[in-house]
Design a protein around this ligand. Structure first.
Ligand code: NAD
Length: 475
């Protein structure tokens, strides 16, 4: 007889661990099976996000931004510092300590919520039994009245650039390069490529990014994407090669030669390290035995309905392994919703207002539709924009670029999209998300008092600009 729980969750990333905590809060007995091990082979909760994703990358983005400001911006403030030096070892150690603190924090939360944490790889068998294979390859079985798959995603490997995590790195390897590479290549100008490219660019690498698409950040509002591209290339010095196909790579003892093709023909370039960031795929290989009947789509995502239920009664799937954006907060909210649904509640999750953030400098954040989508959908829409440089707070912060743009329905004035390129865009977007969650109009935002002097005034002014009545710019 195996141990039986109300809920067995496979995966303890932001989707799985949040589902576990919410289910436990609702009085259910919960086991969470997770196979992540740290460098010492010890269990580490939190998945990609905490171990090798969102958190360590933000730690390095913050450290590298301070280093870059000390070198290039302090003088503008009248702060004269000479001999700024980088202690990369210490910077990487600080990042590792943040990761350890947070992953141990999840373990503490599991304990406090009486969640059974099991270290090993989970695989669903018939009758909602879960086979767990621990790191020593021993197997055991538990079962659940409900099963939640929260198995996350893994980096996509491309044949021309196989990851060796010595010279050719995935997102994990790119967070621990022991010496600043003189020349760094990056394949993919997506979220990871730009964030990690920015880190090493600020620390002194000469960064070249190879992007297959002709357009830069096609998911971002085109006006903001254009301004961001100019900033990353002309100001910050990254070489972003659009419309470029990497055809092969060759590694020697300490360098990688990349062969690539663009409109002008075939070329070669050599780098000290190469980061591959061409997207992620669902981590769904061998997660269930054939007799379970779990359905995957042709891209490997677990098939679920709008409520994250699979076709098998009592089996659910959430996070990166199912349709929708691969974002930690989307997975966490699905975790909450599924736990509440199992408990008989009717949770609410609005997929239309999930915020996106790219943590470059300046940050790019948005929610809702872009202007290009409004055009494609032939909507009758209005826009309002406001540059940060016209706010006192941004000037006081030495910020010279960036903007807020709001898209509204022309007849109802309901906000359809908000796009922010600028300082603290990741925080500012929360106001827009809340406004859209409550179906606010631009007029609602315009009539809301915003503190002065703050960056949020740019949002306020953009809302006023929709109606041609921004105060601090000509309309
Ligand atoms: P991505 O999909 O954001 O970007 C990958 C880029 O690589 C795309 O622009 C694509 O056109 C390009 N590409 C694909 N194949 C290529 C090739 N052979 N040669 C050159 N370019 C190629 O993927 P990512 O940056 O790897 O991130 C993976 C996932 O993780 C994304 O879904 C992202 O949402 C998520 N993520 C989010 C954040 C965040 O929210 N800030 C941070 C990191 C990752």
């Amino acid at each position: 007889m195996s141990d039986t729980y109300d809920v067995v969750i496979i995966g303890a990333g932001p989707a799985g661990y949040v589902a576990a905590i919410r289910a436990a809060q609702l009085g259910m007995s919960v086991a969470c099976v997770n196979d992540w091990s740290d460098e010492k082979g010890k269990p580490s909760l939190g998945g990609t996000c905490l171990n090798v994703g969102c958190i360590p990358s933000k730690a390095l983005l913050d450290s590298s931004e301070r280093y870059s400001q000390a070198q290039h911006e302090f003088a503008d403030h009248g702060i004269d510092i000479t001999g700024v030096k980088l202690d990369l070892n210490k910077m990487l150690k600080r990042k590792d300590e943040i990761v350890t603190g947070l992953t141990q924090g999840i373990a503490g939360l599991f304990k406090a919520n009486k969640i059974t944490s099991i270290h090993g790889r989970g695989r669903l068998l018939a009758n909602k039994q879960v086979e767990v294979t621990n790191p020593d390859s021993d197997t055991s079985k538990i079962s659940g009245t409900n099963i939640i798959f929260a198995v996350g995603s893994v980096p996509i490997d491309i044949p021309p650039a196989p990851i060796d995590n010595e010279l050719i790195l995935d997102n994990a390897g790119a967070l621990s390069i022991p010496v600043v590479p003189k020349k760094l290549g990056v394949i993919g100008a997506g979220v990871i490529g730009l964030e990690l490219g920015s880190v090493w660019n600020r620390l002194g690498s000469e960064v070249t990014v190879f992007e297959a698409l002709e357009s830069f950040l096609p998911a971002v509002d085109v006006q903001l994407a254009r301004e961001a591209q100019r900033e990353f290339t002309k100001v910050q010095g990254m070489d972003i090669k659009l419309g470029t196909k990497v055809t092969s790579t060759k590694t020697s003892k300490d360098s990688v030669t990349v062969s690539f093709e663009d409109k002008s023909g075939a070329h070669e370039a050599s780098f000290d390290r190469l980061i591959v960031a061409v997207g992620r795929r669902a981590n769904t290989k061998n997660i269930a035995s054939d007799d379970v009947g779990l359905k995957l789509d042709d891209r490997g995502f677990i098939e679920v309905d709008d409520n994250c239920a699979t076709a098998i009664e009592g089996v659910w799937a959430i996070g990166d392994a199912v349709r929708g954006p691969m974002l930690a907060h989307k997975g966490s909210e699905e975790g909450v919703a599924v736990a509440e649904r199992i408990a008989g509640q009717k949770p609410h999750l609005n997929y239309g207002v999930i915020p996106w953030v790219i943590y470059t400098h300046p940050e790019i954040a948005w929610v809702g539709i872009t202007e290009q989508q409004a055009k494609e959908q032939e909507l009758d829409y209005k826009t309002g924009f406001f540059p940060f440089a016209a706010t006192g707070r941004a000037l006081a912060m030495n910020v010279k670029g960036g903007r807020v743009k709001i898209i509204t329905d022309a007849s109802s004035d309901e906000i359809l999209g908000v796009h922010i390129l600028g300082p603290h865009a990741s925080e500012l977007v929360a106001e827009a998300v809340l406004a859209m969650e409550y179906k606010a109009s631009a007029e609602d935002l315009a009539r809301t008092v915003h503190a002065h002097p703050t960056l949020s005034e740019a949002l306020h002014e953009a809302a006023l600009a929709v109606d041609g009545r921004a105060i601090h710019k000509s309309n």
